[in-house]
Design a protein around this ligand. Structure first.
Ligand SMILES: Cc1cc2nc3c(=O)[nH]c(=O)nc-3n(C[C@H](O)[C@H](O)[C@H](O)COP(=O)(O)OP(=O)(O)OC[C@H]3O[C@@H](n4cnc5c(N)ncnc54)[C@H](O)[C@@H]3O)c2cc1C
Length: 411
């Protein structure tokens, strides 16, 4: 029996483990190492922030959404030795024949000069819970949503966050009192998705009265004076600050030969193979350059998003099975991604297309509507359900809906 070791039980790790289990039918050993016992669905943090979900509604025991023959080890990965084909976690060494690394990105708010606990975020489960309380008690007027630096996961989430905060105050009946500003170092919304999509998102923000401040690099925060300092010269006041914190790669990877100069793992864009044989990396921990696209002097990277972790996991699982079974069916990752962009009032936009397209990705935003919001809710239900009838029903509904709308939904 060969051992396939998967590091990280988030979106990429779960899909890899379940796909391998489904295809290998118990013939090989599949081990998944994850430090948390519970798995929470990050896209739902936005609904926790608005009070539409509780922590219990967006979290499940990780074991409940893994297929039965996946061995789950609840421990922290301390070190990876790709040359020696072993990994150390919780003081124990694990040998592997195939390794899939899906350890995600670490949030580092403490890297922001002046940051303290008064700064909010909806990028973590606890943060979203705390922010909901703060929004409920909010008496001021100025809310700043700030992207501290790039890269960050889910390029649409800050925009969704700003629109949902606006909607929260609309429902509360205090919309006129609140002013929302969205500050980002990006030159336009979702630059990875091209100018057409950026323009469409910008006009939605305008219609909602959300002030958009592009090309704003945050230097520091003064939480005593409640001031933000950007681009070494621009000052803004706030009453409530919501930050998308800086991201970096996990410590266990930064100290290995796998990490590139920027800390992330370089992989072959089609196979997700690292420079070590039978060692793959997927999802947020990777850096995958977009062909022919630059900002301005370095390559633009594929966004860190669950949809890509999911698709990459499928490619890697299929290729590991092909290697084991000796078939030469090689799958290649193509960056056809989608995103349901929550806009408030139970409406969402839907962006879909090829992120590897040149000179710009061919990503289009479909008209905002209730169906995309419903799709996102159904996806959440499907993702968090244990295997069984309920999961199959959600899957069928989502896939049939996708077919009707001409979108291939692979679950
Ligand atoms: C608010 C919000 C909204 C989002 N909305 C969307 C959306 O609508 N669509 C979309 O496509 N994406 C969305 N995303 C992004 C998406 O959640 C991530 O891109 C996705 O989870 C990445 O998958 P991953 O497997 O690479 O990493 P993760 O899902 O982050 O999994 C990494 C796992 O590794 C574990 N881990 C880390 N270090 C260690 C260690 N040393 N030892 C053991 N375990 C470790 C972590 O606990 C974690 O469980 C959103 C993210 C946020 C925060």
């Amino acid at each position: 029996m060969r051992t396939i070791l998967i590091l990280g039980g988030g979106i990429g790790g779960i899909v890899t483990a379940n796909q391998l289990s489904h295809r290998l039918k118990g013939k090989e050993k599949i081990i998944l190492i994850e430090e948390n016992r519970a798995h929470s669905f990050a896209p739902s943090y936005l609904w926790m922030m608005t009070g539409d979900r509780s922590k219990a509604q967006v979290s499940v025991p990780l074991k409940s959404i893994l297929r039965q023959d996946v061995e789950l080890i609840n421990d922290t990965v301390e070190q990876v030795f790709p040359a020696g084909q072993k990994v150390k976690a919780g003081g124990v060494e694990y040998r592997y024949d195939f390794l899939v690394i899906s350890l995600g990105a670490v949030l580092a708010p403490e890297k922001i000069e002046g940051w303290d606990q008064s700064v909010h975020t909806f990028y973590t489960c606890e943060g979203a819970e705390k922010l909901h309380k703060a929004l409920n008690e909010f008496q001021g007027s100025k809310i700043a949503v700030v992207v501290a630096s790039v890269p960050f996961k889910c390029p649409g989430a800050p925009y969704e966050g700003a629109m949902l905060i606006k909607d929260f105050f609309r429902k509360k009946g205090s919309l006129e009192k609140v002013e929302i500003g969205l500050f980002t170092p990006e030159p336009q919304p979702l630059p990875v998705a091209g100018p057409e999509l950026g323009g469409a998102v910008k006009s939605i923000l305008d219609k909602k009265g959300i002030r958009y401040y592009p090309s704003m690099q945050l230097d520091r925060v003064d939480t005593k004076e409640k001031k933000l300092i950007f681009n070494k010269k621009e000052f803004f006041d706030y009453d409530l600050l919501v930050i998308i914190p800086p991201h970096h790669s996990p410590e266990a990877i930064r100290k290995t030969d796998l990490a590139s100069a920027n800390g992330w793992i370089d992989v072959d864009a089609a196979s997700l193979q690292t420079r070590f044989e039978n060692v793959f990396a997927i999802g947020d921990i990777t850096s995958v350059p977009l062909p022919g696209r630059w900002i301005p002097d370095k390559p633009m990277m594929l966004p860190k998003a669950g949809v890509f972790s999911h698709l990459q996991a499928e490619v890697v699982a299929k290729n590991i099975v092909s290697t084991i079974t000796g078939t030469d069916q090689i799958e290649k990752f193509c960056a056809d991604g989608y995103c349901m962009l929550e806009a408030g009032e139970d409406l969402a936009g839907f962006a879909y297309g090829d992120f590897f397209g040149t000179p710009h990705p061919r990503v289009h935003l479909r008209r905002i509507g209730k169906k995309w919001h419903t799709g996102k809710v159904l996806f959440e239900k499907w993702w968090l359900s244990p295997f069984g009838l309920k999961k199959s029903i959600y899957k069928n509904v989502l896939q049939s809906g996708g077919r009707l709308l001409g979108i291939p939904i692979r679950l």
